[in-house]
Write a protein that binds this ligand. Structure first.
Ligand code: SAM
Length: 276
């Protein structure tokens, strides 16, 4: 019988976010697959744990993944961790999970720190519907093409960004979505200098042009406002009055209801419905 792959999130800055289940899973796994074994060694030392580790990072997902897969198939359990946050979310892990799913190897995802959710929740922007865009493409042309696709996006958009690219990204975002679009820049989440800067794209670009950005950022951008519905014309209102009459309402009540719904004059609706 095969072992289990455990996806173990790690703190994005605050060691107080280590959960009991996260620590227990690391302690109980047969081995750990880590994005950077030196970073994970510090975490293990903090927890007082000693564990065999293998490397599983962006540029060895094929060979590293195959080695992990073989050990899982032979019955060992593996805890997958990255440098910070939830594995497989803009971090190594996606391919390994897909390979496990294809081979029928159980995958257990432990809930825990994730910069995307932490930022979205604090952004003050609508959270009911959102789209996670991860890192934008590095190449200027691909980046613009990607942003152009998002032009009419009505859902809140979440981006990850490195500080040295923030100024260029804000300029691109302001060009595509306009300087008035609200944005929350969530910096150094869970750390000493945590900051949620709720502003507009224009102001954010100006702010960071003067002060070079430092720290880690999640950008939470408001979606496009829904186009306003065209107001109902008197003719359309009268048609609605007639439809309500056909449902059994008196002309008086129908005109009053439609006037209330549309802001049109009750008298004019009454008159026009009579004429039609
Ligand atoms: N898998 C991770 C997660 O679940 O949050 C994300 C890894 S991705 C390689 C790293 C990016 O996450 C950073 O460039 C930044 O955009 C964001 N990030 C990570 N930690 C952060 C923090 N403490 N504050 C703000 N953003 C953070």
């Amino acid at each position: 019988m095969s072992g289990t792959l455990y996806l173990v999130p790690t703190p994005i800055g605050n060691l107080g976010d280590i959960s009991r289940r996260m620590a227990d899973t690391l302690a109980q796994a047969d081995f750990i697959a880590a994005e950077d074994t030196r970073v994970t060694l510090k975490l293990l030392n903090h927890l007082g744990l000693k564990k065999p580790m293998v490397s599983y990072y962006r540029h060895n997902t094929a060979a590293g993944g195959q080695a992990v897969l073989e050990r899982l198939l032979s019955g060992e359990s593996c805890a997958l961790v990255t440098d910070a946050g939830t594995p497989a979310i803009s971090d190594p892990g996606e391919e390994l999970v897909a390979a496990c799913a294809a081979q029928g190897i159980p995958v257990v995802s432990i809930p825990g720190p994730c910069a995307l959710v932490t930022a979205l929740a604090a952004s003050g922007l609508p959270t009911g519907r959102f789209t996670f865009e991860g890192f934008l493409p590095m190449n200027k042309k691909n980046r613009r093409a990607h942003l152009d696709q998002l032009r009419g996006e009505g859902r809140t958009m979440v981006f990850y960004e490195a500080p040295h690219k923030l100024q260029a990204t804000l300029a691109d975002l302001a060009e595509v979505f306009g300087p008035e679009r609200p944005i929350a820049l969530c910096r150094e989440l869970t750390k000493l200098h945590e900051e949620i800067f709720r502003t507009t794209l224009g102001e954010a670009a100006e702010h960071y042009a003067a002060e070079p950005p430092r720290g880690e950022f999640v950008l939470v951008l408001a979606g496009a406002a829904a186009p306003e519905e065209a107001p109902m014309t008197l003719e359309e209102g009268a048609a609605r009055v007639r439809a309500l009459r056909a449902e059994g309402l008196s002309l008086r009540d129908a005109a009053r209801q439609v006037a209330g719904e549309t802001g049109l004059s009750r008298k004019e609706l009454y008159q026009r419905a009579l004429e039609g």
